[in-house]
Design a protein around this ligand. Structure first.
Ligand code: COA
Length: 659
């Protein structure tokens, strides 16, 4: 037996252990060893039952995603699951960690499921452009019904088995963190089911729709068409789950495999798999000393109780960190605290946390107007107004009052962090932490490595980002860093299209249909045209081109600032945007003043021009070493700018489409 899978015998119970770090993925050698182990189990007359358990940090967390680009090699995962399910002796799955995808399918194929209390189950396949392809779409509805199966499989979300909704996924929960206790309980359970010829084999069960469920699949199709717009795998998941009613198990399994293979080969799944690995690669910074370890962070100060400061404080407290929120006056801090409380209340309203948890998190936030209160914090995140002089003044003060080890971070979106660092006596401990708004929700965090930022400061901030549940991308200093710099180019190109004859709605609709969460002109109306207008006044190396953001300038000068003034590229009434003839007139008048020839665009040309602008600037950013690798730009666009995940990010898309 390979070391990846070992079998030990406890009386009449065989304990089959998988040991394939880091996440016990079901790679081909593991599958082969499991097939062999089950064959031996069937043959050994002294063995009456088995326990399937994993060593290390988790039960099987899925198929081996690295194998998906290669031709499949036998034994195939679905055959392994059928082999487990059909075993004549009961197999008890002993679950811990993250029981995902193929791991959850293995658990469902087993005949009993015993789990450690904090075990998480789920089918993340849809986030990889796939459907569960080894029985998941057939076995889960048999265990928990159609509504729950549709919910879990189409969302890809993960559920703790000891949560209110999670208990139905397992037969027993072990209230102990120890791996021995879990195994002991699983062996005990295996002994109890021995001789019980009626042990539950989900594949043998028939499923029927309840009387009120006749229309359930069509309802989910409609719901998902909006929620997971454009993701082909979602409709295939629904189709395969529906097959659980329409087809006998054996046929539905073959069909599930066919649908899975279709997805696996699709450009959407390849793109989403790229995104998965890109989001892990971005955690690695190539040129730092691997022996450098992150410093401890338990207390964080925030300077500035505005929207950004509030969002950052919320996510720090969500992660259990102590926060001191500082602003100029008690009133400003109080307003910030109210907003933080509101954020927590929303989490309670959405069922994410209990009121007790809310109070505990709120209790972690302390207020301050005196910098002396920041003396012993481990990190300060400055989130004050975007003004270099003000920020430099704040950093001088912080440098004076904070303990020598404190890391000083700025949340600036554009400004030169080297200049900010230069006013302190600890430039090696100065770094950029560019959160995206709302900071407690958006996953992306650009960590800006200034000229003198030390390796230790950088790894400490990457570790902090992980603790906050963020996806950190390390970038170098330039105006707007990687994300906003590329976005500015995209925004400028959107305005060029308007000048050349397109309308705001045409540009936005084309990009939304292409998959972007929002159109570029909708976004600028939402954030406010005045923000970029003011920022450009301080932008170094502004292009010497009269058309560059000429429309933004014309709109701001007419008081059309976007949603905040009820007029921008659209007009607004009660927050709802409408096409606006006046906006189009202003666009045409500006184009005429600048002498821009008019033309007609189709959607394809609009998308081509805009994506090419992103990719072109992305390549410049990479060539200048602002990012380490092109996949980092993909991570930034996927997590900060609403780029469709099924297109993998702009750089992946460009390579794939040969742009
Ligand atoms: N196949 C291959 N490699 C996998 C993998 C899988 N299913 N799941 C994780 N890995 C790799 C990661 O790429 C990473 O490799 P690296 O260290 O070389 O970067 C390593 O395992 C650890 O994963 P990471 O995500 O960094 O660890 P974590 O502790 O934060 O999270 C999981 C662990 C299991 C929750 C997370 O990796 C995950 O969600 N994996 C995907 C599960 C999945 O989608 N399964 C269904 C596949 S169809």
């Amino acid at each position: 037996m390979s070391a990846l899978v070992t079998v030990e015998v406890d009386g009449t119970i065989a304990v089959i252990s998988i040991d394939n770090p880091p996440v016990n993925a079901l790679s081909q050698p593991v599958r082969q060893a499991l097939v062999d182990a089950i064959g031996a189990l069937e043959r050994d007359a002294d063995i009456e039952a088995a326990v399937l358990v994993c060593r290390g940090r988790t039960f099987v967390a899925g198929a081996d995603i690295r194998e998906f680009d290669k031709p499949p090699v036998e034994p195939f995962t679905p055959d392994l699951m059928l082999r487990i399910g059909a075993c004549s002796k009961p197999i008890v799955a002993a679950l811990h960690g993250t029981v995902l995808g193929g791991g959850f399918e293995a658990a469902l194929a087993c005949h009993v499921r015993v789990a450690r209390f904090n075990t998480v189950v789920g089918f993340p396949e849809v986030t990889l452009g796939l459907i569960p392809g080894a029985g998941g779409t057939q076995l889960l509805p048999r265990l928990v019904g159609f509504e729950k199966a549709l919910d879990l499989i189409t969302s890809g979300r993960r559920v703790r088995v000891d949560s209110g909704e999670g208990r139905i996924f397992v037969d027993e929960v072990v209230e102990s963190l120890g791996s021995e206790e879990l195994l002991e309980q699983a062996i005990k359970t295996a002994r109890a089911v021995v001789g019980d010829t009626g042990f539950r084999r989900l594949s043998d069960e028939r499923v029927q729709l309840a009387a009120d469920e006749e229309t359930i699949f069509d309802e989910w199709r409609v719901r998902m068409a909006k929620k997971k717009r454009g993701v082909i795998a979602v409709s295939k998941c629904i189709q395969s789950i529906e097959n659980a009613v329409k087809l006998p198990f054996a046929e539905a399994i073959v069909e599930e495999r066919r649908l899975y293979q279709e997805c696996r080969k699709s450009s959407q799944s390849r793109a989403m798999r790229h995104a998965f690995f890109a989001e892990r690669k971005c955690l690695k910074v190539d040129d730092i000393d691997p022996d450098v370890k992150p410093g401890p962070v338990t207390k964080v100060g925030i300077v500035g109780a505005g929207w950004m400061g509030v969002g950052i404080a919320t996510c720090l407290a969500d992660a259990g960190l102590s926060v001191t929120l500082l602003d100029l006056s008690d009133e400003m801090v109080a307003t910030g605290l109210n907003r933080i409380r509101h954020n927590f209340e929303q989490s309670v309203a959405r069922g994410r946390i209990s009121t007790d948890e809310m109070e505990a998190r709120y209790g972690l936030i302390h207020s301050a107007t005196d910098y002396a209160k920041l003396v012993d914090v481990d990190v300060v995140i400055e989130a004050a107004v975007e003004d270099l002089d003000i920020k430099c003044e704040i950093f001088r003060t912080l440098d004076r009052v904070c303990k020598p080890q404190t890391i000083l971070a700025t949340n600036t979106s554009y400004l030169d962090i080297d200049q900010i660092a230069s006013v302190t006596g600890r430039a090696d401990q100065v770094v950029g932490l560019h959160f995206f708004s709302p900071a407690h929700i958006m996953k992306l965090l650009e960590i800006v490595r200034a000229h003198k930022t030390s390796d230790e400061t950088l790894v400490s901030m990457i570790a902090l980002a992980k603790r906050l549940g963020k996806i950190p991308v390390t970038v170098r200093v330039c105006y707007g860093f990687a994300g906003n710099r590329i976005y500015a180019r995209y925004g400028a190109e959107a305005q060029n299209l308007l000048l050349e004859g397109a309308t705001p709605n045409q540009v936005d609709a084309a990009m939304r249909d292409w998959g972007m969460a929002m159109g570029p002109l909708q976004v600028v109306d939402l954030t406010g045209l005045d923000i970029g207008y003011k920022a450009r006044k301080h932008q170094p190396n502004l292009p010497d081109d009269p058309t560059y953001f000429a429309l933004s300038t014309a709109f701001v000068e007419q008081g059309r600032l976007g949603q905040k003034s009820d007029a921008g590229f659209y007009r607004y009434s009660n927050g709802v945007g409408y096409d606006d003839e006046k906006a189009v007139e202003l666009i045409r008048a500006t184009a005429s003043e600048l002498g821009v020839p008019q033309t007609r665009f189709d959607n394809e040309e609009i998308c081509r021009r805009l994506i090419a602008a992103i990719v072109d600037e992305g390549r410049a950013v990479q060539d200048e070493g602002i990012v380490q690798r092109s996949s980092d730009i993909d991570v930034i666009w996927l997590n900060g700018y609403g780029f469709p995940r099924y297109r993998g990010g702009p750089m992946w898309y460009a390579d794939d489409a040969g742009i």
